[in-house]
Ligand binder design. Sequence first.
Ligand code: SAH
Ligand code: DHB
Ligand code: MG
Length: 228
Amino acid sequence: MNAPAPSPDPLATAAAVDNLLLGFLEPEDEPLRTARRAILDAGMPEISISPLEGRLLQLLVRLSGAQQVLEIGTLGGVAAIWMARALPAGGRLLSLEIDPGHAEVARRSIARADLGDRIDVRVGRALDLLPSLEQTGDRFGFVFIDADKEPYAEYLDWSIRLARPGALIVADNVVRAGRILDPAADDRSALGVRRFNEALARDPRVEPAFVQTLGARGHDGMALARVR
Ligand code: SAH
Ligand code: DHB
Ligand code: MG
């Protein structure tokens, strides 16, 4: 099969390049494909990380050496499955999800991926659940922030507090097709990630970096930060 010809539309070109690069790698396996189908079948939003982003997250979790991973925003478990597969024996991933229906779909897909003993999906509002983690003494070597965008800066603060020294924090959707440049007054998502980016950049507790992305999911970006 030939890759589509380059298009003058940068977004179409980026999507085609994503496909080309994906073709060089092993395709997502049956459990991940089933997890994506379950999201569609349940009518849930198609906002999971892309397969290439799954690869990247898996590599980053591996490099971080994390034994404990925290995800904020589970959806159907696609990112959780990718990340949990990078954990060492005995490693655990905790994912927080506000929607019980999403959590149920995710748990089923996680069980099908044979990761039920590694991944715990906890239902609740992330800002309500995060303080309880401080008491249990759990400390995470990797955090993936990917829930609602308005409180991203608060998620960052909690992530740092719950992270081990040297931990890696990754946040999805920090560019929002450039809407962070001049967010409309009612664009809570763009306003939220813009405030997050500013907070990350000036927080003395982390070493921050930003990656702008163009790909299957359009124009967006991820922030990465190492906890000092
Ligand atoms: N990380 C997932 C995608 C997450 S989509 C993946 O790539 O596979 C964002 C998820 O965050 C949705 O399932 C949504 O229900 C959840 N969410 C939204 N607001 C939340 C909140 N306040 N607390 C916890 N989860 C929330
Ligand atoms: C959208 C994408 C995401 O990855 C997300 O976490 C939330 C929203 C979106 O494209 O709207
Ligand atoms: Mg996202």
